[in-house]
Write a protein that binds this ligand. Structure first.
Ligand code: AMP
Length: 429
């Protein structure tokens, strides 16, 4: 189906053609007509499904169609999103899709000097993409108000709550006009999210796309059993042997991410780590270097990687398996996007075997094992989680002990499982 069948106007279609988008993704096909018709929307969709364009395109179109030429710009659309990285990416999407429509957007987020942001606001924008803290800050200082908002998008609502933004969201809601169109996106729909959605939306249409387990079906997945102390060696081997030019590598901890990046650098494989302890600038720089292929490997923790959107990323490597199976799906979902090829390698040591079992249960399939590699597992027993240096003892190559699985799991794992069909406001999505 072409974008024209959804009623998308020429100015936007031209930009989409320039982006190389040929047809809408499922969430776009479902959401765009609903939004163009003026409905509120409750959408259960995760990153990688094309959800940004699913809201950005119809919002741009509605703004364009009601824009009065020559009138001073006012902020008519607010997109609230949890992280700077996501905010920047959403801002880039609005700029790319709207480049022929004559609308102006900008992005505001914390951790950087506010002056360039306020100066941009003074020049006037139609669309504002913001993280909650900086938004409230600038409202408090009188640099902007939300009285003219006609379209409000809450993106990654579940992540917002996880990050403790609920009070900020409530404050933002108070500053919005009652009459508006609201679009609510979340990867999962636990009860607290539905409660928040009910407070924001009026008679929403509900859409649920790409259950989590089917997203990963197009990705080639492999498991490599390896002892903890050999994981870095195996990583270097894999990168070389398979000629992997670019890979996103996941570790469980910030410390682990730094260690992996240093190990690779010592072995002449350019690598940078990205995690919450790094400054905003350092993270953006690392991401930029990775996107331009200056750095071969980007090592990330789950939080830091949230929202990272890299076109044509083919490889994801899990040096540590996550203890929450949905995290595995989010990680490997960074590759194989929008129909591209994707490959995920995951290293599993003795302690992580039970995480692997949980993951295979969630995705409802066995992940093929690569047994033929130079670091086969010899420690089959689960070690006691105390010593930092084992008998084999190469402390420099050690990964932190995984936590016991129960400690981080949600009380009801199904409650966090986007792959399950669930009811939102009584109707099946
Ligand atoms: P998102 O889920 O919004 O983070 O988008 C995931 C990726 O898919 C981004 O790299 C988009 O540029 C890309 N994308 C979104 N819509 C389409 C489309 N219709 N055709 C091709 N690529 C797309």
């Amino acid at each position: 189906m072409p974008f024209s069948a959804l009623g998308i106007i020429d100015h936007l279609r031209k930009a989409l053609a320039e982006e190389g988008y040929k047809s809408p993704t499922p969430i776009q096909a479902e959401a765009i007509p609903v939004i163009l018709d003026g409905n509120d929307l409750l959408a259960c969709a995760q990153t990688g499904t094309g959800k940004t364009a699913a809201f950005a395109l119809p919002v741009l179109q509605l703004l364009y169609q009601s824009h009065i030429h020559g009138e001073k710009r006012k902020i008519r659309c607010l997109v609230l999103t949890p992280t700077r990285e996501l905010a920047i990416q959403i801002g880039e999407s609005f700029t790319a899709y709207g480049r022929h429509a004559g609308l102006a957007s900008t992005v505001i987020f914390g951790g950087v000097n506010q002056n360039p942001q306020t100066e941009r606001l003074v020049r006037g924008v139609d669309i504002l993409v913001a993280t909650p803290g900086r938004l409230l800050d600038l409202i408090g200082q009188g640099h902007l108000h939300l009285r003219d908002i006609e379209y409000f998008v809450l993106d990654e609502a579940d992540r917002m709550l996880d990050m403790g933004f609920i009070h900020d969201i409530k404050k933002v809601l108070k500053a919005l006009p009652k009459k508006r169109q609201s679009l609510f996106f979340s990867a999962t729909m636990p009860p607290e999210i539905l409660k928040l959605a009910a407070a924001i939306l009026h008679n929403p249409k509900e859409i649920m796309v790409t259950p989590v387990s089917s997203t990963v079906e197009i990705i080639n997945q492999h498991i490599l059993f390896v002892d903890r102390e050999n994981k870095n060696g195996l990583l270097a081997h894999l990168l070389r042997e398979r000629d992997i030019e670019s890979a996103l590598v996941f570790t469980r901890t910030k410390h682990g991410a730094d260690k992996v990046a240093k190990f690779l650098a010592r072995h002449d494989i350019s690598a940078e780590a990205i995690h919450g302890n790094k400054s905003q600038n350092a993270r953006q720089r690392a991401l930029g270097n990775f996107k331009t292929r200056e750095t071969r490997v980007l090592v990330a923790t789950d939080i830091a990687a949230r929202g990272i959107d890299i076109d044509e990323l083919e490889y994801v490597i899990n040096v540590d398996l996550p203890n929450i199976p949905e995290t595995y799906v989010h990680r490997i979902g960074r590759t194989g996007r929008a129909g591209n090829r994707g490959t995920a390698f995951s290293f599993c040591n003795a302690e992580e075997k039970e995480y692997l079992r949980d993951i295979e249960k969630l995705i409802a399939k066995k992940i093929p094992i690569i047994g033929d590699h130079p670091f086969p597992m010899v420690n089959f027993e689960v070690e006691e989680p105390t010593p930092a240096v084992t008998k084999k003892g190469n402390a420099g190559h050690q990964e932190p002990k995984p936590k016991q699985p129960q400690t981080q799991k949600p009380a009801d794992p199904a409650a966090k499982r986007p792959g399950r069909k669930r009811r939102f406001f009584g109707k099946q999505g």
